[in-house]
Design a protein around this ligand. Structure first.
Ligand code: SF4
Length: 358
């Protein structure tokens, strides 16, 4: 174990990729990077992290910001509950911890949105605490290295992996050690073709010795994403278009959207549009032109969105399933915080090649 730790640390120091959050010891900046990196690639995160920190440079700035500004800075990263939780946690830190990020994993886990992984990452990387991390990369490395041939989604296996990661983290430089494991999984011990000849722990690796690295870790089959069809429309009244705001909890919570909804089984998009607009906003439309469709994949849903342009003379909006609305110039909708799927629909609506069909 001691020799393996030493090799990992040496390998990490010689091979780590340049990332801006690796140049700082600011716990706040490290926390923001960890929140952004969950489910998102490093290259995507870098410009978001830089913009976010220049806009909200410390806990207090984030705690006192308008939530629309926070969601706007997050727009495009997906999983928007992360942005709302970041601000809720910043408020709790500002209120209960004098604006200073707690330095131990246990207290960090009492904050909104900070789970075992993020607490371990922040405590070890920012504060040198001997706390483990366990993400997809670390699971894969440990399952192969230690020859763990059980479903890594099973709670008992997950607990075993946490224990193994914990044993590794108990030693000098726990932050670097954790980052070494994650980096190894991202660059060498990759899912399909691990490059074992360049691996610092190859000498100790069970999967390499047995030749079954490619089949580890064992994962139970995931359910296929459900196919869903929905409709949305740019609904215009006297030159202004309607934007609706999603409830703060739930998928895409707090973001602005075009009004619409899911299609019922067997319903045509046009009939579904009239029904959905009536149900979600009390709107009656006089004309609807089909603009096209956009495809978007969420974690559990594969969405086909039928996009329309429509007119209405309805004055009174009655919202159901949304919690706010605004009438504004059609192009101004894109300046409100919105999700990637809405961005795709808005792009289609302004595209010069868009050919409305009745
Ligand atoms: S030797 Fe190969 S399979 Fe084992 S940990 Fe290293 S890269 Fe992964």
């Amino acid at each position: 174990m001691k020799l393996a730790r030493k090799r990992l640390l040496n390998w990490y120091r010689a091979n780590k990729r340049a990332m801006p959050w690796r140049e700082t010891r600011d716990p706040y900046a490290i926390w923001i990077s960890e929140a952004m990196l969950q489910q998102t690639r490093v290259e995507t995160v870098i410009p978001y992290w830089e913009r976010f920190l220049s806009r909200f440079p410390d806990v207090h700035a984030l705690a006192t910001a308008d939530i629309d500004d926070v969601l706007g800075a997050w727009a495009g990263l997906g999983y928007y509950s992360r942005a709302r939780n970041l601000q809720a946690a910043a408020r709790a830190i500002d209120r209960d911890h004098g604006g200073v990020l707690p330095d131990d994993a246990e207290t960090l886990q009492t904050l909104p949105g900070i789970g075992r992984y993020t607490a371990g990452a922040v405590a070890s990387i920012a504060f040198d605490r001997p706390e483990p991390v366990l993400d997809g990369n670390v699971k894969r490395v440990l399952a192969r290295w230690l020859g763990i041939r059980e479903d890594v989604g099973r709670p008992a296996t997950v607990e075993r992996l946490w224990e193994e990661a914990g044993a590794l983290a108990r030693g000098p430089h726990p932050g670097d050690l954790n980052q070494a494991l994650m980096e190894l999984g991202a660059t060498v011990c990759t899912p399909r073709a691990p490059r074992c000849e360049g691996c610092p722990v190859s000498q100790f690796c069970d999967a390499r010795a047995k030749g079954d690295a490619h089949s580890l870790p064992i994962k139970a089959r995931k359910k296929a994403a459900r196919k869903v069809e929905a409709v949305a429309a740019l609904v215009v009244r006297r030159g202004k278009a309607l934007a609706v705001r999603r409830p703060s909890r739930g998928l895409l919570g707090g973001l602005w959207d075009l009004p619409g909804g899911d299609l019922a089984a067997g319903e045509t998009p046009r009939a579904g549009l009239r029904r959905a607009l009536r149900e979600c906003a009390g709107l009656e439309i006089s004309r609807a032109s089909s603009i096209g469709t956009v495809e978007h994949v969420f974690t559990h849903r594969r969405l086909t969105l039928h996009v329309y342009r429509a007119n209405t003379s309805t004055d009174r909006i009655r919202l159901a399933g949304f919690e706010g609305h605004r009438w504004l110039a059609p192009r101004a909708i894109s300046s409100l915080p919105h999700a990637s799927v809405t961005a795709k629909a808005l792009e289609l609506l302004v595209a010069p090649t868009a050919q409305p069909s009745n």
